[in-house]
Design a protein around this ligand. Sequence first.
Ligand SMILES: Cc1ncc(COP(=O)(O)O)c(C=O)c1O
Length: 380
Amino acid sequence: MRPVIYLDHNAANPPDPRLVAVFRAALEAGWANPSSPHGPGRRARALVEAAREQVAALLGVAPGQVTFAASGTEALNQALAAATTSGGRPRVVASAVEHPAVLEPLAALAAAGRVDAALAPVDPAGRVLVEPLADLARGAALVALIAAQNETGVVQPLDTVGRVCAAAGAPLLVDASQALGRLPRDWARAPWDLLVVSGHKLRAPRGAAALVHRGAPPPPLVRGGPQELGRRAGTEDVAAIAALGAACDLVRRGELLDPAALLALRERLEARLLEAVPGLVVVGHDAERLPQTVALLVPDGDSEALLAGLDLAGVAASAGAACSSGSLVRSHVLDAMGVDEARARGRLRLSFGPETTWEELATAADALAGLARRSRPCRR
Ligand SMILES: Cc1ncc(COP(=O)(O)O)c(C=O)c1O
């Protein structure tokens, strides 16, 4: 079988061997129930608490401010539900380019009459517009902001939004799933009141995420046991939690990955693509973006055909968002940025990681350029 050039890291990263080793060791040493008071249980508990300390150290909080969950999606659902605890119908604000893990639970809470949901618009580069956000944040129970967008890689003006939320007295929920570890930033000093980190986005095996709070602890979403200080019931996934903790430790020490090296690759890839494909658009070109993400609009292109062509050429890429049947859905992110449907049809996302070589990116770029040439209508 021909090796695949894997350019879909934003969907799933190949796990880092160091974290697979931690995961395996924790499976063997920590198989017991961490709530059991006997020796094997205590060994499992020690692994969970060591991971909690590692997450806490990265984010500059006490270990008791870290609640483990099974996925980033679950942690975000819990954070949003926390905004409803005061009763009434509080306003919850989210940027229009949040991940569905925020937008869908928010819509459900609004449909149930538990919150008034408001979406803050973004500029054509996908950055949230600060003035409308400031208006909406006044009196809001929560503002949710994706630190870096998974489809486009566009980084949000977090510091400005932090100031806006502080002035409005609105707690800020930051979805750092894609940004943490990939942006060179000190998350212990960043503005947030609730922050979500997802293990598999940090190259750990899937199965654990964390919801970290600076203010009031979030009430449980999953009930049925005293785990996680009563904030998340269910027997802990010790191995996945241990790997998430180790990933956070690598991020804190600057050893998970090298954002500058990824950025250099991204710039080279974009230059090659822009030269080879006339009319190609790099989404959010002039905005700060994740170093490993390139979102493209291929002129006259069709995502499904391009992805199939790339697949045949041995390149695994993505359109950025796909529904469960595998057929492509419209991108709410591109919609919010004002990209019309015709141009959005040609969208493609290439996302890579530390194991990706320049030769692989160049091969993928050339394959894409060939497909893009073929998708152009003949103009006489
Ligand atoms: C920005 C963002 N938020 C949240 C999630 C959901 O995280 P998880 O896959 O851990 O549920 C994802 C996953 O793709 C994401 O990219």
